[in-house]
Design a protein around this ligand. Structure first.
Ligand code: PRX
Length: 632
């Protein structure tokens, strides 16, 4: 299933378009199924209704664990690197990981969890997080992992949306020099979560926590009561594997649903190909398992291919900005997969943190989550890859389950800041505002996908209509990505960023409406409008225009309060970088905020604001521009 030449890529691509069922049927043969499918694909994008490998039975953990035991049972599956470099790292071989997953799967059963139940996981980046994820999959429970930076309210919303029965957490988490009280946050969240019956708590930072009788149990106690034999639950290919919440342009985050068979095939196939993974190599993805990148390319993709996956608890700059390079050297990392925001941040420290670091093990570099600017691309290429490691700029989304447009390492000629070409099985098209296909090269448009792929989302949890409206209604019979894109003269794709009201801050997806709702919860705030602006390190920063007549001159204090409100409602990742108090917002006569104007103002480009004649009060624009001058 591994592509080794550009010619083979072209042939596979052609085959995947001309005969998708045969193509994916053959790819799927590389995985272990309990029962084969009777139909590779049935689909329509109207409802939408998409089924891959219909009738097939499997358990993804048999593919990620059991099937490797004989050949590579003693090979490291996970190498854990702790936040504090003074602490020992931990290596779990496939045998050890299998044993621990089975044991914890029995803990889940002991606590009442069964096939189909939803389980919320809110944990630090420790091996037990991967174990918890796989243990859910082992018993057929549906995991919903929530990134450790989200607030109690965000957690409660997610738990209630999918009616989770069990929560798995830890006493706390380390993030650089900070400690995050995970269990306290969970306690606050669970006040409003009637469906949660049990909360399993891992000891990690050893901070005192309160344990609620009858509900809360310790991980360490529970594992003593069970053995490590746990037959994997037989799952249908289209049974739910997990839910992962992600932000859109409207409303609350939605629960993107991925299913067992198609997701497994797609995560495994793309991992093996994009990174050109070779047996025995050490692969390091710096993402958090709380995001899709961690699901697909720390856990399921690498483990399904018997790879060695590094799991890092900390942040790139702790205790020094050499941390990534220390890890590369220490564990002899062959593939480093990270985000442009981390690259830009590390770049800003100059060459000093790289001095005397041995990066010679690096063979492949990867980038994900946001557009990578040319400067960062070249720095990554020259300083980290020493001009010898291909960079795979991988474009994809929570909804796509796996990488969609990307070079294949050692196969596809790369070009700075281009995600290059679609992987086999992926049929991208660009459309104009009216949904007309834009053909030919050297063109720009909205990026859509016109044919299903195994890793695509099936629904949004509990609200199929929302899935249809969000992804399949803007342009009939197409999956709409929400991204703008150009296709250059060579047919190479470059993703230019979101065309909807979704921000990408440090590679984190944040809806402007969500941030506005959070700001509006602050007493005194009448209304707000949030837009993105270019930020040197984060890619995009958050700029909030806020009407707050009750401020009484204490602007700085009020700003602090607003930031706290946002942290409480969503989490620190959604805190605005800039807040500007204004007396009004540019609105049309029908009351719609003209974000286009605010975006221009936030970018500092007020020379051409376009047509402002339809505004209810054009004078407000000048007032806002004047006010921005006082803002640092
Ligand atoms: O705008 C695109 C951007 O990230 C969005 C998806 O975010 P999320 O679902 O959180 O998944 C991130 C990790 C896969 C996309 O709609 N994006 C992702 N990768 C790239 C990118 N933009 C440009 N280049 C990329 N390589």
């Amino acid at each position: 299933m591994q592509i080794t030449s550009f010619k083979q890529y072209e042939e596979d691509f052609k085959k995947s378009v001309e005969n998708p069922e045969q193509f994916w049927g053959e790819v799927a043969q590389n995985f272990q199924w309990r029962k084969p499918w009777f139909k590779v694909l049935s689909w329509n994008f109207e409802e939408p209704n998409i089924k891959w490998f219909e009738g097939a039975k499997l358990n993804i953990t048999e593919n990620c664990l059991d099937r490797h035991l004989e050949k590579r049972g003693d090979q490291p599956a996970i190498i854990w690197e702790p936040n504090n470099p003074e602490e020992e790292s931990v290596t779990l071989t496939y045998k050890m990981l299998h044993e621990r997953v089975c044991r914890f799967a029995n803990v889940l059963k002991r606590n009442g969890a069964k096939k189909g139940d939803r389980i919320c996981i809110y944990m630090p980046m420790v091996p037990e997080l991967a174990i918890a994820v796989l243990a859910c999959a082992r018993i057929g429970a549906v995991h919903s992992v929530i990134f450790g930076g989200f607030s109690a309210k965000s957690i409660a919303d997610r738990i209630n949306d999918s009616q989770c029965k069990v929560v798995i957490t830890a006493d706390g988490a380390y993030r650089g020099s900070k400690q995050i009280p995970l269990k306290d946050v969970i306690d606050d969240a669970l006040i409003g979560c009637p469906t949660v019956e049990k909360c399993i708590v891992l000891t990690h930072v050893r901070t005192p926590v309160s344990m609620l009788k009858g509900r809360d149990v310790w991980w360490e106690d529970e594992v003593k009561h069970v053995n490590d034999i746990c037959e994997a639950e037989e799952m249908d290919a289209e049974d739910m594997l997990f839910i992962l919440y992600t932000s859109g342009s409207t409303g609350k985050p939605k629960g993107v649903v991925h299913t067992c068979g198609g997701y497994m095939v797609y995560a495994g196939y793309t991992f093996a190909n994009v990174f050109n993974y070779q047996p025995g190599e050490v692969y390091f993805c710096t993402a958090d398992i709380g995001w899709i990148t961690g699901h697909s390319y720390i856990v399921y993709g690498p483990l399904s291919q018997g790879a060695t996956s590094v799991l890092f608890e900390g942040i790139p700059t702790y205790p020094t900005p050499s941390r990534f390079w220390d890890i590369v050297e220490k564990h002899q990392v062959n593939t480093l997969y990270t985000a442009p925001t981390a690259i830009r941040s590390l770049m800003s420290y100059g060459d000093e943190p790289l001095a005397e670091k041995d990066l010679s093990s690096i063979r492949v570099l990867g980038s994900v989550g946001e557009p990578i600017n040319e400067e960062a691309w070249h720095w990554f290429d020259e300083k980290i890859g020493k001009g010898k490691a291909p960079i795979v700029d991988t474009w994809w989304q929570t909804e796509t389950g796996g990488i969609m447009i990307s070079p294949i390492a050692t196969v596809t000629p790369t070009k700075p800041s281009f995600a290059t070409l679609p992987l086999p099985g992926i049929q991208p098209i660009l459309v104009d505002e009216n949904g007309q296909e834009i053909v030919g090269n050297d063109v720009m448009g909205n990026l859509c996908i016109k044919f299903p792929w195994p890793g695509m989302l099936r629904t949004t949890y509990g609200d199929h209509e929302r899935c249809k409206q969000t992804y399949f209604s803007t342009y009939p019979n197409l999956y709409f990505t929400g991204d703008g894109c150009l296709r250059d003269q060579d047919g190479y794709y470059r993703i230019t960023g979101r065309v909807d009201d979704v921000l990408n801050v440090s590679g984190h997806r944040i809806g402007t409406a969500e941030v506005e709702n959070a700001i509006n919860m602050h007493a005194g705030v009448v209304e707000s409008a949030v837009v993105g602006y270019p930020h040197d390190v984060k890619g995009q920063g958050i700029y909030a225009f806020v009407i707050n007549p009750e401020m009484h001159g204490e602007a700085e204090l009020t700003k602090k309060d607003i930031l706290q409100t946002v942290t409480r409602v969503i989490g620190a990742i959604a805190k605005p970088d800039k807040i500007l108090f204004v007396s009004g917002l540019p609105k049309t006569r029908s009351g719609k905020i003209m974000r286009r104007i605010l975006r221009k103002i936030a970018e500092g480009d007020t020379s051409n604001l376009g047509d402002t004649s339809t505004l209810l009060d054009p004078a407000i624009v000048d007032e806002i521009i004047e006010a921005t001058k006082a803002l640092k």
